[in-house]
Design a protein around this ligand. Sequence first.
Ligand code: ZN
Length: 411
Amino acid sequence: MKIDDRQIEQVNGRIKALITAGSFYGKKLEEAGVGEIKTAEDFEKLPFSEKNDLRDAYPLGLMTAPEEEIVRIHSSSGTTGLPVIIPYTAKDVDDWAVMFKRCYEFAGITNTDRIQITPGYGLWTAGIGFQAGAEKLGAMVIPMGPGNTDKQLQMMMDMKSTVLCATSSYALLLAEEIEKRGIKDKICLKKGVIGSERWGEKMRKRISTELGIELYDIYGLTEIYGPGIGINCKYDTGIHYWDDYLYLEIIDPETGKNVPDGEWGEIVITTLVKEGAPLIRYRTHDLSRIIPGECPCGCSYPRIDVIQGRTDDMMKIKGVNVFPKQIEEVLKSFSELSSEYQIRISHLDGRDTMRIYVETTGEYDFDALSKKIAESVKSKIGFTPIVKVVELGLLPRSEKKTKRVIDERYS
Ligand code: ZN
């Protein structure tokens, strides 16, 4: 899926705007001496942009259009440190609604549908994106926002909602409540549009069976408009994305090189027409692949596969978000240890447990060392792991990147 001439033209327009605005990316380009690209090869040499760049631009450093043209900001969650603020022009807001309308259309939703929106409104891009697209489509919006399940179900029955927009977990909760209350015959839902959250096939089946509805996965991220930049069609062969607004690449997250279509890697997105905060080669850290060939639906929008997780492999343990890198940093501070380690997460007796295996030479007291490491990890991530010190050479090694984190909870 090489970038085509029209897209290159659009990228050049964004490059110019970014340089004029003197944003972080404009400066990156100036440093690299790039003012324009001519070929796909030129494009692949452009520097990436990263979430950290966006954070560093807090609060309004990403603003690329003149302030009088900015009509709104959105913000992505700041799980670590500062949030990211994304400014939108009126055109950006409208473009996003056009894309979202297209998502509904791909799901076979029309202006006679009644769309109940349960994702949150506010700084988040969720609720308002679902709403703008639905209004553009001409459907009737029931803007509930999250929570308040009693009222949610009451409105669903009284308004005869036909479409549910929700996160997968909330859709499941509603499905269970409907079952529990025995009100399924009063529910008119036909379709669910489920926001991008990781959800397995099992959960999907449960929601769709319990509610008796067709499900559609919507993809998107706040940095790139929000949800609505792609969705699966009724043939369910992957997520179609809108290449008239976005250019997607799949790269090897280790080398940064583009991988051939069909191979797995990290999704990198370039916004082709965004004004308020254009992004060039933005690393999403979402794992997917381009699906080669044509979809039976016959449309020409390319497809990516269902998101397989995050390149940075975040782990949620005892309710705490943990990154392998955090553990690695702690281990690195111990000169007694080799560079090899393995993290195993399991669920025993109703509790998550993290075991860390590390290697050392026989010159140290294994017990004292493991205690020291456990304390150090606790001070970093907030809970105490079980640390097992083993002899040098015992942990697995391979030529390719060794799998260091093994999550046994879901296997
Ligand atoms: Zn299709």
